[in-house]
Write a protein that binds this ligand. Structure first.
Ligand code: ATP
Ligand code: MG
Length: 346
C-alpha cells in the first residue's frame, strides 16, 4: 500500500484553511493509503523556541480536531515528531544534500519571518524544509497532501531524495541510468494540494492563518462563527446593497463555495447572481453563510464533544501511533546508513 505523510504544527486549533488545504484529502484517502499524520512540534521551535509550555495542550486539542473531522485511528497513524529521535539524525544527514542559498530562496521563509517578526533566520528556521524532508522520507511517503504554501517545501524533499538515491546507489547499479534503478532507497513523493489551494482569511488576507488571527476554527461555537462571519471582509468597492458587487475574490462567496452542501448549491448560485446585480445585501448573504458553516461544523462539534469525554483514548492513539512510526523510522535509518556505507563496526 502506498503511503501518505502530512501534518500540522501544534501552534493552536485547526481552522477551515487547514480543512480545505489538507484535512479533507486526508480523510478521503485513508482507505487508499497507509497514512501517517505528524504533529510537528519540533517545527514550532523554528519560529517560537521559547513557547514550549503550551505544546502539550495544543497537541491534545489537535488530536481532538483530527478525530472530530473523521481521521480514524484504526486506519491511520498519528504521532508526535519530537518523540522520534531518528528524525533528527536523518535531518542531519539530509542537511548535507541541500545548499544554504537554496534554503534562503524558499518563498515561505520571507513570509514566516515577517509574520513572526524575525529579522535574521536561525539555523533551525533555515533548515525547516530539511527537517520536513526527514519527516516525509522517514516513513517513505509517496504522497503529501498539503496547502499551496507547502508545495515548495515538498520540492526540497524531492530533490533531497533524488540526490540521496543518486549519490548512494550501490555499485552494482552505478552503470545503469538513474531511471532504471529499481531499488531506490528513498521514494520520490508527489504533492497533493486541496481543491482550494489557499483559503483566504476572514479579513480578506490571501491566507487564513493562525498567526494572522483571521481564522474560523473547527472547534468554534455557533456564536463565535456568527460573530466572525458578520464581521467579515466582503467587497470593498460596494458601499450600498444596491451597488453591483464582486463575487470573485470575495471571501464570503469563497467560503460558501467551499463549505456549502450539495443542497445549498442552488441558493448559492442565486445569491451570486443577485449580488452581482446589486439586489442582495452583505448582511443577508453573511447570515446564510453562518447557517452553511454551522451546518458543516455541527457534526464535527458533536464528534469532538464525544471524544472530549475520553482523554485516555487520545493518549493511547498518540502512544501507539508514535511507537509504530518509530519502528518505521528505525528501519529507514538503517537502510539509509547501509546505503551510505555507514554501517561499520556495529
Ligand atoms: P501558522 O500561521 O502558525 O503558520 P498555519 O495556519 O499556516 O499556521 P500550518 O501548521 O503552517 O498552519 O499548516 C498546516 C497545513 O495546513 C499545511 O499543509 C498548510 O499548507 C495548510 N494550510 C494552512 N493554512 C491554509 C489555508 N489558509 N488554506 C489552505 N491550506 C492551509
Ligand atoms: Mg504555516
Amino acid at each position: 500500500m502506498k503511503r501518505i505523510l502530512t501534518g500540522d504544527r501544534p501552534t493552536g486549533r485547526l481552522h477551515l484553511g487547514h480543512y480545505v488545504g489538507s484535512l479533507k484529502n486526508r480523510v478521503r484517502l485513508q482507505d487508499e493509503y497507509e497514512c501517517f499524520f505528524i504533529i510537528a512540534d519540533l517545527h514550532t521551535l523554528t519560529t517560537k523556541p521559547e513557547k514550549t509550555k503550551e505544546l502539550k495542550d495544543n497537541i491534545y486539542q489537535m488530536v481532538l480536531d483530527y478525530l472530530s473531522i473523521g481521521i480514524d485511528p484504526k486506519k491511520s497513524t498519528v504521532y508526535i515528531q519530537s518523540q522520534i529521535p531518528e528524525v533528527a539524525e536523518l535531518a542531519l544527514i539530509f542537511g548535507n544534500l541541500t545548499t544554504v542559498p537554496r534554503l534562503e530562496r524558499m518563498p515561505t521563509l520571507k513570509d514566516v519571518m515577517r509574520d513572526a517578526d524575525i529579522q535574521v533566520p536561525s539555523y533551525g528556521l533555515l533548515g525547516y524544509p530539511v527537517l520536513q524532508a526527514a519527516d516525509i522520507l522517514m516513513v517513505k511517503a509517496n504522497l503529501v497532501p498539503v496547502g499551496k504554501d507547502q508545495v515548495s517545501h515538498v520540492e526540497v524533499t524531492r530533490e533531497v531524495a533524488r540526490d540521496f538515491n543518486r549519490i548512494y546507489r550501490s555499485t552494482s547499479e552505478e552503470s545503469k541510468p538513474t531511471s532504471e534503478v529499481s531499488s531506490q532507497v528513498l521514494p520520490i513523493p508527489e504533492v497533493l494540494v486541496g481543491e482550494i489551494p489557499t483559503l483566504p482569511g476572514t479579513d480578506g488576507a490571501v491566507k487564513m492563518s493562525k498567526s494572522a488571527g483571521n481564522v474560523i476554527n473547527l472547534s468554534d461555537s455557533p456564536e463565535e462563527v456568527e460573530k466572525k462571519v458578520m464581521g467579515m471582509y466582503t467587497d470593498p468597492t460596494r458601499i450600498h446593497p444596491t451597488d453591483p458587487g464582486h463575487v470573485e475574490g470575495n471571501p464570503v462567496f469563497t467560503y460558501l463555495d467551499a463549505f456549502g452542501a450539495d443542497s445549498d448549491k442552488q441558493q448559492i448560485t442565486k445569491y451570486q447572481e443577485l449580488y452581482r446585480q446589486g439586489q442582495v445585501g452583505d448582511i443577508e448573504v453573511k447570515k446564510y453563510l453562518v447557517k452553511v458553516l454551522n451546518n458543516f461544523l455541527d457534526p464535527i462539534r458533536e464528534n469532538r464533544a464525544r471524544y472530549e469525554r475520553d482523554p485516555e483514548l487520545v493518549e493511547r492513539i498518540l502512544k501507539e501511533g508514535t511507537a509504530k512510526t518509530r519502528t518505521e523510522a528505525q528501519k529507514t535509518l538503517l537502510e539509509v546508513k547501509a546505503a551510505m556505507k555507514l554501517d561499520y563496526f556495529v
